[in-house]
Each structure stands twice: as C-alpha cells, then as structure tokens.
Design a protein around this ligand. Structure first.
Ligand code: 5GP
Length: 195
C-alpha cells in the first residue's frame, strides 16, 4: 500500500512586486532563508548582468533575439518589457515546482503579476511592496550606486506607474522600516502557505 501523499505547499505562486529600490530583493532573500520549502523562480532576461550577478543564479541572461524566440516558442508563463529589457518566468520553472509540490516565490514586475493572476487565478497570491514615498525611493536608488543616472530617472518614472497597480494586489506591505515590513510579509506568507 502506498503511503498517503502528504498535504504540502503545492501549487502556490507567491508573487512579490515593487518598484525597484523598494527593498524587494532583500525581503525575498529573507523569505527564502525562513521558508526552505519555497523555490525561487529564476527569471530569464535580456538585460546585461549588473555588478556581481551570475548567470543561472540571479537570472538566465540571454540575448534579445533568444528571448524573442522563447516568446514565439511559448516558453514563458508570463513575460514583460521592463525598463527597456525583456524579463520572463519560464513555464518549466513553475511546472517543475508544481511537480515537486513546492511553492514558488516570484520576484516580478506588476505586469507579470497581473499576467499570473490571470493565468493562475487560484494559485497566485500577490503582495505589493510599496516604498513610503517616491522621494524616499529615489534616495534609495541613488544610495545603492549600481545604476546610471538615466536608469535611475527611468526607474522613478516607472515607479509612478507601478504604484498605480498596487490596489490590484491581494496585499500591500509598506517598507518604511525593513524589519517591520519583513515581519508583516513573513506573517502573510506563512498564512498563505498554511491555508
Ligand atoms: P532588475 O533589472 O532590477 O533585476 O529587475 C527589474 C524589474 O524586473 C523588477 O521589478 C523585477 O521584479 C522584474 N522582473 C524580474 N524578473 C521578472 C520576470 O520574470 N517577469 C517579469 N514580468 N518581471 C520580472
């Protein structure tokens, strides 16, 4: 007799979106440390690696031509043009996580979050991380010293648009204080994984 299958965190997509500089990457890394069963979805992008980023660890870095071929081959569960570059979630990543009964953590933009809510309405749990204000966001982007001025300006402009998408998310966490924001996010994820 085969043992009864354990009830697990299967078929859950925990989607985290935020304007860049809102602290999303740090918050996602802390979630992964606290929830070892969460599988991080590594996205594919046509943008160039930044700083210490490594291929297949931070992103699968591909050329715009390869990315477009992947779109044509229907390899993405969702994809979007963000800050002038292509980003996408591979269907394989989601499928293999579901096969392993692992919940997936996705750090994607607001367009991607909307696409996943449509494609996987039952599985998607979306959280928007909001900076306290656009001024504070700009200050944070400058302090991290990884982006060119033009890129900072473009990110601020995009942030204005992205903030308008916040009401479509199931939950909003304001990152005023990183620790408080993390504790709130952790509570929400725990609740979702146990539901
Ligand atoms: P960055 O270039 O700063 O790493 O990411 C820029 C934006 O692209 C971030 O908002 C990030 O969440 C988003 N992003 C990363 N991967 C994906 C993806 O697979 N799909 C979508 N739609 N957005 C993504």
């Amino acid at each position: 007799m085969s043992p009864q299958k354990q009830v697990s965190h299967s078929h859950k997509l925990i989607v985290i979106s935020a304007p860049s500089g809102a602290g999303k990457t740090t918050l996602c890394h802390r979630l992964l440390a606290d929830f070892p069963k969460l599988l991080l979805s590594i996205s594919t992008t046509s943008r160039k690696p930044r700083g210490q980023e490594k291929n297949e660890i931070d992103y699968n870095f591909v050329s715009p031509e390869v990315f477009k071929k992947m779109i044509d081959n229907h390899e993405f569960a969702e994809w979007a043009l963000v800050h002038g570059n292509y980003y996408g979630t591979s269907m394989n990543v989601i499928q293999s996580a579901f096969d392993k009964d692992r919940a997936v953590l996705l750090d994607i933009d607001v367009q991607g979050a909307e696409s996943l809510r449509k494609a996987f309405p039952k599985e998607t749990f979306s959280v928007f991380i909001s900076p306290p204000s656009l001024e504070i966001l700009e200050e944070r982007l400058r302090n991290r010293k990884t982006d060119e001025e033009a890129s900072i300006q473009r990110r601020i402009e995009n942030a204005r648009t992205e903030m308008k998408a916040a009401p479509f998310f199931q939950k909003i966490v304001i990152n005023d204080n990183l620790e408080t924001a993390y504790q709130e996010l952790k509570r929400l994820v725990l609740e979702e994984l146990n539901s």
